[in-house]
Each structure stands twice: as structure tokens, then as C-alpha cells.
Design a protein around this ligand. Structure first.
Ligand code: ZN
Ligand code: ZN
Length: 431
């Protein structure tokens, strides 16, 4: 039995999603993008993980997160305090980035999950829950709990030679929070959640009559937020009320604008110091690459490699890939479709991980403040580098991968398509 016809997010191919058995997922038969997955006991699992995550997040705030001891002096920092410390030290942007990405957005995400899932569990569906669901999936890429944890580990290695580090109770609470947050996110499938909202509200969506091929070529528009198919003349989504657009509006212009700004800022981000260490009155500024070399010289090879990959390789690779994707669309290229789709997925996946170095600076600045003995200040490059990461994320989000397929003629599309059924297989963690 099929549930709904949807157009693939990445290639716009219309496919009929079957009623999946628990533990199965459906992939687009043309580009391989995961269309939907049926997580067993999805709502129960997500509610349990989200409540646990919120409890662990709450526990991770007031207690000591890390302590730093050097020559009889000690500096202790809690997560809640670190943001205020950065603010007091005169680094409001760093404080804002830290608080938003590691506490506020994850907390908002978890609260939004609970606000939708608990009423759904009780068989209630209200109009506002549709809007919250939209907000939820827009916020997803900006919660960076796990990236922050890797940043903390890198910070520990960086100052391990300088002093004794004590890991506090809050650190372990934050680790458990990050694990529960990931478990919550992976327990909920976007399309299944929209279906559940409709189901509880008693709404039956009429199945649209379309044949195989691209949605746009049949004058149909897929809602960017909830995947519901509409005739091209409709202005707002019938399910989530968001504005309908055949493709992301001004996709290419926005992609190029964000990308070019990121490339320009990448230069100061690498030339200027990202961090200034003052040890017994003498200043030692270090750039991103300088930090990697120092870690390597001290024998911390794995950490040096992590920082090199996240802070040097990933941003360059990401910018080159977005450049190639945008250029190939505008040049009307019709080849290497699968390779370009892989490229698009990789840019989406790796975007956030470059934030590691920004978190390293934030942790070290909040932690290492022992007056004349030793203190760490952020360099000008910190804000430039954080902007590069945010701009490349925005650039990847603005790029509409369906444009890659729009260059294909109908005959070429027919040669690639074979029917309307997506490919189904077992989920990796089906239990
Ligand atoms: Zn596809
Ligand atoms: Zn919608």
C-alpha cells in the first residue's frame, strides 16, 4: 500500500512511498537520497531520549566543567559561567556563539521535539504543532553539541603540557546530553512526523495524480518543509502553510554571495592569530596553521590531524565543492550527476565540523585566565574563521541540488528513471 507521492528533495523525481515496515528506509531510486525511514517506536524513543537529554543539559550547567591548575593557582569554569566570563572579558561575539550553538539551540530543539511528540503520543494534533515542526527542522544544522565536545578534547590536549586539568562532573553530564540529543534526532523521521501530525488531526491528503519524472516538469511543486506536492499555481503549502517555491528563491545568487564572502574572510582567518597566549608576561600569538604545527611538534599527532582536517582541509574542500556545484549548474553541465550529488551530501555533512577551532578558543579563553601567570585571549582570526564556517553553511543550505537535474532533457531523465518505486532497505540501527 502506498502512503504518499513525494518529489525527492535532491533530484525532484516523483516517487510513491510505500507503507514501510518498522526498521525499513526508502531511498530515491535516482540519486540515492534517503526519502524516509520508519524508526521502530519512534515517538516513545524520541520522548525518552529528549527528556534525558534535557535533564543532562540542565545538570551540565551549574557544576564545574573543567578546572585548570598551575603553580598552586586554580581556575574553575562551569558551562553557565563560561558565557558570562567571555562577556566580562570583552568577547561578546564569542560568548554569543558559544551559548547559542551549544546550549540555547540544542535546548530549543529538545523543547520543540517534546512540544510536538508528547501531544502526538496522546493523539492530539494542533495547528501550532505544524509551525513548531517547521522551526525544528530549520534549526537542526545549528545545534553543535558533538562538535563542541571534540573542541573540548582538543583544548585539553593543547593545554595539557601547561598545567593540570581536572574534568568536572558537568563535563560527563554534557557527554551524556550530546549522546541523548543525537539519539533523539535519529529517532524521528521528518516525513513520518508530518504524516503522524496529519493522522492525529484526522486529515487525509488526497493523492495527487502525477506520472513518473520530475515534479516541476509536470507543473507540480514540492513543499520545501513538509514535502507535500501541490499544483504549481498554489502559493502556500496546504499542510505547513509555508510559501511554495518551485526551487529555493535566488538559490544561485545566495550561494555565490555567501561563498565569495567566505573566501574573502578565509584570508584574514588564516593570516591573523586565532589565539594569543600570555605566559609570564610574554605574548605568543598563534595562527590556525601554527596551532597545528605546534600540536604536531609536541607529538599529539591524532589531535593535530583532527584540527588540520577540521580547520584547514574541510573549509577549503567545502568551498571548492560548493564552487564546483554552483559553476556546473550555471554552465549547464549534464554529466557526473551521481558524483555531484555525493559532493552536495558531503558539504552538508561536514559543514559544521569546522567550528571545532572556534570552540577550542572559546573554551581556552574561558578557562585559562590566571592573571600575570598565564592567560589566553582570542585573536582577530576567531571571528573571521567563525564567519567562514557560518557563511559556508549558509552557502550549502542556499544551494538547491535539484538545479543539477534541471539541466537534463526529458529523454535523458527517462533513461535514468525506472518506475516510481523508491528503493527500500533495512535501517542501520533497526532494532
Ligand atoms: Zn533523488
Ligand atoms: Zn509544507
Amino acid at each position: 500500500m502506498s502512503v504518499e507521492k513525494v518529489a525527492c528533495h535532491c533530484c525532484d523525481l516523483i516517487q510513491e512511498i510505500p507503507d514501510l515496515a518498522p526498521g525499513l528506509k526508502a531511498h530515491c531510486r535516482r540519486c540515492g537520497h534517503q526519502l524516509t525511514a520508519k524508526v521502530p517506536n519512534s515517538i516513545d524513543r524520541a520522548i525518552a531520549f529528549a527528556i534525558s537529554a534535557l535533564i543532562f543539559l540542565f545538570l551540565s550547567l551549574p557544576f564545574p566543567f573543567l578546572a585548570f591548575q598551575s603553580q598552586g593557582r586554580e581556575q574553575e569554569v562551569s558551562l553557565a559561567q563560561s558565557g558570562f566570563d567571555l562577556l566580562q572579558l570583552g568577547f561578546p561575539i564569542l560568548a554569543l556563539l558559544l551559548l547559542c550553538f551549544i546550549i540555547l539551540i540544542p535546548a530549543l530543539l529538545l523543547s520543540a521535539y517534546l512540544a510536538i511528540l508528547i501531544p502526538l503520543k496522546l493523539d492530539h494534533s494542533r495547528r501550532w504543532m505544524y509551525q513548531v515542526t517547521r522551526l525544528l527542522f530549520t534549526l537542526h544544522p545549528w545545534g553543535m553539541a558533538e562538535v563542541f565536545l571534540i573542541g573540548v578534547l582538543v583544548s585539553l590536549v593543547k593545554i595539557a603540557g601547561m598545567a593540570d586539568i581536572v574534568i568536572g562532573m558537568s563535563f560527563w553530564a554534557y557527554v551524556l546530553f550530546a549522546i541523548c540529543l543525537i539519539a533523539t534526532i535519529t529517532s524521528v523521521d521528518k516525513l513520518q512526523l508530518w504524516h503522524q501530525l496529519d493522522h492525529c488531526a484526522g486529515i487525509e491528503r488526497a493523492k495527487v495524480q502525477v506520472s513518473e519524472g520530475s515534479a516541476l516538469k509536470q507543473e507540480m511543486i514540492s513543499c520545501h518543509h513538509c514535502d507535500l506536492l501541490h499544483p504549481a499555481n498554489e502559493k502556500n503549502c496546504r499542510r505547513c502553510e509555508s510559501k511554495l517555491h518551485p526551487r529555493i528563491p535566488y538559490s544561485m545568487q545566495k550561494t555565490w554571495a555567501y561563498l565569495i564572502t567566505a573566501v574573502i574572510l578565509y584570508l584574514p582567518a588564516n593570516i591573523y592569530p586565532i589565539m594569543n597566549t600570555t605566559l609570564l608576561g610574554s605574548e605568543d600569538p598563534s595562527t590556525i596553521m601554527g596551532g597545528v604545527v605546534l600540536l604536531w611538534q609536541h607529538g599529539s599527532y591524532p589531535i593535530a590531524l583532527v584540527v588540520f582536517i577540521a580547520s584547514v582541509l574541510v573549509p577549503i574542500a567545502k568551498m571548492l565543492m560548493i564552487f564546483w556545484l554552483a559553476y556546473s549548474v550555471q554552465a549547464g553541465h549534464q554529466h557526473k550527476l551521481t558524483e555531484r550529488m555525493w559532493m552536495y551530501r558531503i558539504t552538508e555533512l561536514i559543514s559544521r565540523w569546522s567550528m571545532i577551532d572556534v570552540f577550542v578558543v572559546a573554551v581556552l579563553v574561558a578557562l585559562v585566565q590566571l592573571g600575570g601567570l598565564v592567560s589566553i585571549q582570542p585573536g582577530i582570526a576567531t571571528i573571521a574563521f567563525a564567519s567562514v564556517v557560518i557563511l559556508t553553511m549558509l552557502s550549502a543550505i542556499s544551494f538547491d541540488p535539484r538545479l543539477i537535474w534541471d539541466n537534463l532533457s526529458d529523454t535523458e531523465i527517462r533513461a535514468i528513471n525506472h518506475g516510481q518505486e523508491p528503493l527500500t532497505d533495512l535501517m542501520d540501527d533497526a532494532t
